[in-house]
Write a new protein. Sequence first.
Lengths: 214, 265
Amino acid sequence: MVHLSHTQVKDDLHPADSSTGCPSMPTPEREVKPPLRREVGYFCHFVLEGKHMGGILVTNEIGVPLEFKYTEPVAMNRLQKTLYGAVLDRYLHETVIRDSLARELHSDPKYFITGFEEKEYLGTLAGREMIALQEVRSASSEPGGSFARTRDREAVILTDEGPGLRAAFSTSDEAVQQDMIDWLQGAARTMDLLEPLDRVKVALKMLIGDERKR
Amino acid sequence: MSYSRSHRPAAERLDASRTVRIISVKPGLPQHIPCVHPIPIEDVPARVSVRSSRGEPGHACGRERATEIVFLAPRIKNVELPHEPVVFEQTTLQGASAVGPAAWRFSVVTAQSPCATAETPTLALVPRRRSGGQSKRQRYDTFTRPMPAVLDGTDRISLIPHRRKGLTPRQIGDGEIAGHLNEARAAKGIIPENARLVAVFRRTPVELVSHMRFDESRKLLLFKLIPCGDLRCTRVYDLAAVRDLSTGKLHLIPHRTRYRTVSLS
């Protein structure tokens, strides 16, 4: 979006081509603002009968799907479980499912939302930070604020007329966290933030059912 | 984890006479072989099933993120990636020269090996040469998880309805309840004394709804939206479910002043 400001820059230089026809007239300062990205990204890791599947959904500001990518089901055998041991879950979540999906994603949402059960595996997805969300019934904030930090990487966020949200962040950088909170509150004004996650789960269940029929 | 070549299971042993090597198009490689449709190496799964030129099933294995893929199959015909077939113009054959280049077109059937199962346990064992090239004493990694194929399901998920959970009158203020009942009178002519607010649904894009269903017992609103297409903005309303006690009929009424305008991406 190009925004024309009426403030004049002190000691502004004249335009080289003098196309205005009036060389002494200072040109208005042209301030280019980055476009607001309101696309919302969702990531869901789903396990059914030992098969792991992952899905990424990108929606617009009202929850309409713009892009949905999912992986084929992945199952691990006994040998693999023995070899990978304790790191198997992390490897599956982060490398096998999430990184595979990130490589195929074309949209570019600012952040990705995931279910709160995924908070142990938070990281970056396609270079974007992730937020694990859960609805809370009674939420209280810091005095004069719209959120309350509960831990280093967790906070309870209040939304306009909506439910409170318990959030876990993939980063401990407070500036980024604040930006995430602002982004969440902005998105929550126009859509139900958690509802698309349910749709992704339904879609993955449907797809895994189709896989079984084949 | 790795082990020497002699300790590997027989099924996984690399047999030079049955090994075909495809070199991807990459500048600077000693063996530069042009492909009709060069494919990024990441697109080729580590472990694949193949069919020979005689239609016999075989197993093949490849290295991820390497510059070459090594397939194990006697007579491989075509390479087929998930959606588009790719035919290699030339390949090299190591150790055997009886078969001409025309017979060495590859078919990689990724759908047959999404994961290791009880029937195909050896799919989990993907021999992989170690990076750095140990030519004299070649060792192999025993286990590489093939990356799953990623598919597009945007059309499928668009069919799933949006689900909105309603707020009960207890969860909203008296002023807002009165406002919704007044809207019911203005829109449907329901007298507030004869009306009961059942639920309120926040941020409902009423203008784009194509199908709508209200589940009163669970206070759930299910709706489908039309494709936004070139639409630049819309409004999301607070939608009230109001029951007319005189007729018993349920009405869904958007509040004319409780809305937000959303500019769409």
